[in-house]
Unconditional design. Structure first.
Length: 85
C-alpha cells in the first residue's frame, strides 16, 4: 500500500478556492446587511417626520427634540441581525 502525498500547489489551490468562496459569501452577507441598514434609516427618517411637531416636519432628530446624532458604521455588524443567522 503506497501513501500518496498531495502536492503543495494542489493544497494552495484548494485554499485559494475556499477563500474565494468565503469572500463571495461575505460579499452577499454585506449586501444584505446594507439593504437592512438602508431600510432602517428610511424607517427612522419616516418616524422622525411623523413625530415632528406640526409645521416642523423637515426638522432632523437634533432639531426636533434635542436628541444627539450618533454616527453608525456602514460596514459594522448589527447584533440584532445575528439572532436570525
Amino acid at each position: 500500500m503506497e501513501v500518496v502525498m498531495p502536492s503543495p500547489l494542489g493544497l494552495l489551490e484548494k485554499r485559494r478556492d475556499a477563500a474565494r468562496e468565503r469572500v463571495d459569501q461575505l460579499e452577499k452577507e454585506l449586501a444584505r446587511a446594507r439593504l437592512v441598514l438602508e431600510r432602517r434609516v428610511v424607517a427612522i427618517e419616516e418616524l422622525i417626520e411623523a413625530l415632528a411637531p406640526e409645521g416642523n416636519a423637515s426638522a432632523g432628530p437634533a432639531e426636533s427634540n434635542g436628541a444627539e446624532t450618533v454616527a453608525v458604521p456602514a460596514a459594522g455588524r448589527d447584533p440584532a441581525c445575528e439572532y436570525g443567522s
